[in-house]
Design a protein around this ligand. Sequence first.
Ligand SMILES: [Zn+2]
Length: 374
Amino acid sequence: MKFSEIPAHESVKERLRNLVDTDRMPHALLLEGPAGIGKFAMARALAQYIHCESPENGEPCGHCPSCRQHQSFNHPDVFYSYPILKRGSEKDSISEDWIEQWRNFLNQDQWMDFKSWQSSLGNPNGQPVIYQSESAALLHKFSTTSYSTKYKIMLMWLPERMNGDCANKMLKLIEEPLEDSLMIFTSDRPRDILPTIYSRLQRIEMKRLPTEVVRDYIRAHNDLSDADAASIAHLAEGSILEARRRMADAEEGQRFLEAFIQLMRLAYQRKVGALRKWGDDMAKLGREASMRFFAYCENMMRENFMNNLRIPSLVYLNSSEQAFSNRFSPFINERNVESLVREFTQARIDIRENGNARIIYFDLAIRVILLLKR
Ligand SMILES: [Zn+2]
């Protein structure tokens, strides 16, 4: 990782380079700030810069043996510490147990999506922790002779996830650092770090990314219109991860709109066979997504009724929803709006209670046929 691969944060980069170039690196450094802005990437670039055999213009060279080891996450003097799920007993659970998953995770991209890490650990709902045994493992690594470089560097992702015992042992390591050991921590929630540890770390705050940087990222990863990209970038508040979540929501919203339009068209034309096919396709969405779809339809019904009454919407309709609504809203009126909303609510309840999805979708479609004609 080079500094130049991380967007923005120029003053932080300058400060870090300066600490290294003037040999004033603190034993324990914390990079703090919101998730999804590049803190861990910065820590990686810093460690690589410290170890690089021939840094150039404030950057690690990228091709010396040390840089190559950094880039493949195999440097003998770099230790990664990160929250994990225990395998077997808590007493022997250390980050190293998950090193393969960790390398894959780092290879995915630089934005450190915690949800994606949870999935890598095999349980999307698991609560990863840095266990007490991790501190002993780190102490051992710090105390063995350095292989090739002056500094041994620990990079710890999310120190706020150390459990109490681990934090207390780490505190000792921070208070009495071993010679030539560097500890670099990156935290999304620094307030959750043990205060006695927090107060002993040299801290550098990293700010949210500029909106333009987030917008450029969205454009590079998505074919949203300029207006939609700008709107998501604005809402993402300088976090690439937040932008990604919102992009995923927007994509799902687009798919839901298409399915909603199809349902309304086919119901209006009373195409029962095609509606059965529609229901069979929709049933494949699964329970959670179906519940979100029905909620989406409930909302669309209310919005279209408001549009019909020419009451300015309180809820945001995007441009494609608005375009459809302009033609469709005359069909949603005071005689059918309540019943239509109720049908979608009922479908959501039925699917939540594990009803047969194909039957629920098809039943719903038939009722919509009748209600649209009111
Ligand atoms: Zn190098």
